[in-house]
Design a protein around this ligand. Structure first.
Ligand SMILES: [Zn+2]
Length: 419
């Protein structure tokens, strides 16, 4: 693939001396770019705008769009309203209700399922509260399979699930379906894909695993793209997923910096105080022991099943809750400052329950960042709440599945030729 300066693929118009095979591969390449442009556009595009944006001729762009419309990956809406002479172009949008990704989420205190369509809409979803601390993986897999079965049974017949992706707050063994270590679930070396395959609702689907913070960050990049934020403005950030555990992801130009094993971003285990409390990971003084949701609840004098709504409600009346949130926010700020001294990004996105607690956490984080990040006086750091909405890891898991179709629609079309 050709890469432009922002790291994205760029279209190819003409060829050096080469045969039909290369012509075919360029067509495949450009088809993927056209689909990606439609999927990530903040508003419906026309064929002419796609051609201009990608530097393709009108007729090439038009042919590629026709192929995507015929394959039910792109919908033609209505003609564009224009105030000038000439024939208006048809507005185009990602197809809604056909191809979809099944996103599943295992969290310490809940399970979630969401079916995401190519236009980003949710075609079906469910959430189930639970306590998965030191849980039996087989029992959790059974509950998750059952929840997925309830959601998929309600889907209209025209919905075509491409596959499933399961979000886990864990280090994963790349490509193996195995959870290497999930400290807060008490899982180690668990073949979760094998357990899930036993469920009738999932048996026929290809299932992959993803880290919860990585998947939430995937949902976040998509949400920011459709909100019209440019790569420069919004697609490089440190994402922090606050739950019982704390995950992180580093996104540069819209792409995750995953590292050699896919394990980058474990901000929950950055050390705040090496003589601090023992962490579920075995070390001492990790961020999770200062700012994980269970610790915030405990220091607030609340039980582990206290919801975030209840916590926020209490905050208005309780100095203890306020102090607990301040304590958490300065610890997050220290971990964020440590990270930003190593990684050059100027935006921090607070996701998971931290998005809900944003107003209480942001000031403390900003204070630590201002005083600890060496470059902050020249490149002020923005701390913002996530915009991807609740259960964003399940949304991101759906996108992870759909990314396969968007990256290579020609293969999808060949495999799923519609009569
Ligand atoms: Zn730890």
């Amino acid at each position: 693939m050709n890469k432009s300066r922002d790291g994205r693929s760029s279209p190819v118009q003409s060829l050096s001396p080469a045969g039909g095979a290369r012509q075919q591969s360029l067509r495949t390449h450009n088809l993927a770019l056209v689909l990606r442009a439609v999927v990530e556009a903040p508003a419906p595009l026309t064929r002419a705008r796609i051609a201009a944006a990608l530097g393709l001729t009108r007729s090439t762009a038009s042919d590629l769009v026709d192929r995507l419309v015929a394959a039910r990956l792109v919908d033609e809406l209505e003609p564009e309203l224009v105030g000038r002479a000439g024939r208006p172009g048809m507005l185009l949008a990602p197809h809604r209700g056909g191809v979809a990704g099944l996103g599943l989420e295992v969290q310490v205190d809940h399970l979630a399922v969401r079916v995401t369509a190519l236009d980003g809409s949710s075609l079906g979803e469910a959430r189930l509260a639970g306590d998965h601390r030191a849980s039996d993986p087989a029992a959790v897999a059974r509950s998750l399979g059952h929840l997925a079965g309830q959601v998929t049974a309600q889907l209209p017949t025209q919905v075509e699930l491409v596959g499933a992706c399961v979000s886990v707050p864990a280090l994963l063994r790349s490509g193996s379906g195995v959870v290497q270590l999930a400290p807060n679930l008490g899982w180690s070396g668990v073949n979760l894909v094998e357990l899930l395959c036993e469920h009738p609702a999932l048996r026929t689907l290809a299932i992959e695993l993803g880290n919860d913070a990585d998947l939430s960050a995937r949902a976040e990049t998509r949400a920011r793209a459709v909100a019209g934020q440019s790569v420069r403005e919004a697609q490089s950030f440190l994402y922090i997923a606050g739950e019982v555990g704390i995950g992180g992801a580093i996104i540069i130009d819209g792409e995750p910096a995953r590292g050699q094993h896919g394990w980058s971003g474990e901000i929950g285990h950055v050390v705040i105080d090496r003589s601090g409390p023992r962490c579920a990971c075995g070390a001492t003084g990790c961020l999770e022991q200062y700012a994980g949701l269970d610790v915030i609840r405990r220091r607030s004098g609340l039980s582990v099943d206290t919801t975030v709504d209840q916590l926020l409600d209490r905050e208005r009346r309780s100095i203890r809750v306020r102090r607990s949130l301040q304590w958490a926010s300065s610890a997050i700020g220290v971990a964020v400052a440590t990270t930003l001294n190593l990684v050059d990004v100027e935006r921090v996105v607070l996701g998971g329950v931290y998005a809900r607690l944003f107003d209480h956490l942001a000031p403390g984080i900003e204070r630590e960042v201002r005083s600890r990040v060496l470059a902050a006086r020249w490149a002020p750091v923005d701390v913002v709440p996530a915009v991807a909405g609740p259960d964003s890891a399940a949304t991101g898991a759906g996108w992870r599945v759909l990314d396969g179709v968007v990256a290579d629609p020609a293969r999808w079309i060949a495999d799923h030729a519609h009569p």
